[in-house]
Design a protein around this ligand. Sequence first.
Ligand SMILES: [Zn+2]
Length: 250
Amino acid sequence: MGDWQEGSWTWHLIWRRALYDWEIEDISNLKGHIEQKKPSRDLEDGVVWRHTGNLSYPVKSITATLCEQSTPTLPKAISYVVWQKFIPPRAQLYVWLANLEKLNTGDFLVEKGIIEAQRALCPLCNLQTESNSHVLFSCTISWRVWMNMLEWWGISGALQNQCRRFCLEWLGLVKNRKYRKLWGLIQGCVIWSLWYQRNKIKFENGDPNANNFIYSLKIRIGIWAKEMMGFPGWSSDDVTYNINSLLFLM
Ligand SMILES: [Zn+2]
């Protein structure tokens, strides 16, 4: 591995087999890297966490350093909605996957050779190939659901049908900081409920009626708002009425 020559360490790398041509560059990089690390005879080995300037290495500092060095996977506003307890844990994973365009939709399963192309139709409309953005946004049924949500809250705006861009624009529609959390909750609830509805129809012969879906979605938004944000005095029976009364506050 190496030896001391005139007081300084020299690396000797020996390989068990002849190197392939495509490995030469990697070896050269490795040598360049380890040449900078020279052991010292007078110092004792130890472990030092460089980012706190002393010998301690708290987990908090490690997390902060890793976050600083990594490229965020999702825009901050979306990560905030997904991970800051706006929505129940059972929905967080699916909303996160949706934003990464990683849901197991028909197009993905065809690409992986798991199903035939004719079985990849969107379960909501049965007309087009199902993709992440289609089933959650551009499908006529999904789009109708989103537009119904805007109408319900008396908000208007232009939205795109690609998941991440849609979510960012949706969050930008409500400027009042006080109600952004509720607005984020609605976004998460609609995404999760559309995916849940899609699975119900596809695997359990669920009710495909869009009006029934929208009605139950509004009830779910009310229940989630009560669960996650603790709005007082909301029972399942009057939850829709109470949500409507919030319109005046937005
Ligand atoms: Zn569709």
